[in-house]
Design a protein around this ligand. Sequence first.
Ligand code: COA
Length: 193
Amino acid sequence: MTDTIQSIDYNEASEELRRQIAALQHRVWPDVCTAPKETIPDAHGKEFHARSFFIYADGKLASYAGVVCKTIMHEGKAFKIAGLSSVATDPEYQGRGLGSCTVSGATQWIEQTDTDFGIFTCEPSLARFYEQAGSWQVAPDVILVGSHDEDALSSNNLPVVVLMSLLSEKAKGCESILRHTSIYLDLPVGKFL
Ligand SMILES: CC(C)(COP(=O)(O)OP(=O)(O)OC[C@H]1O[C@@H](n2cnc3c(N)ncnc32)[C@H](O)[C@@H]1OP(=O)(O)O)[C@@H](O)C(=O)NCCC(=O)NCCS
């Protein structure tokens, strides 16, 4: 049995919920995400004020989508950005529409905030999934870069596409500087969206 979608600020989530989110991440990405033990690995850094969207099925956390938010500088202007992060459905429950539901809920939430634009990356084969679930469009002319550090991760060197959605009037008015460009996220080396 599948429940309805739920949402909470990740920083306010109970220890039990954070444990369930970490356990789901471990089931989906066993090589990358460590299993929660005494310590619960953070799904999102506190500084991102992440919003969590999740669905239980059969009493188990079955699907999750996080939204991370930050302000970046681009061409001398400040923009509030948001990106989907840690999107995952338990392998046992994939293909039942749960991922579409969490991504759709997360996207609608972004659209209702004062976010200037949404931006994140995914593997090319998932672009259609994000397009269908949240109308996310591939921006082939935009390079997303973790930071100005020479070791920063970049969409240019990874097997990913950039998904982008200009939301605010400010962002729409700045389209000429937000397209055909590189956007730097100002993240620690090794971190990316
Ligand atoms: C991507 C993911 C979250 C989708 O969750 P889900 O609950 O299975 O999603 P839904 O059932 O709502 O929709 C599945 C759709 O995505 C497609 N899809 C799922 N994984 C895919 C993949 N790797 N490549 C291409 N399409 C994929 C399915 O074919 C399906 O499309 P359809 O509706 O046209 O048949 C899930 O497959 C997953 O956890 N994958 C591993 C982790 C991952 O890659 N996360 C994304 C990080 S950017």
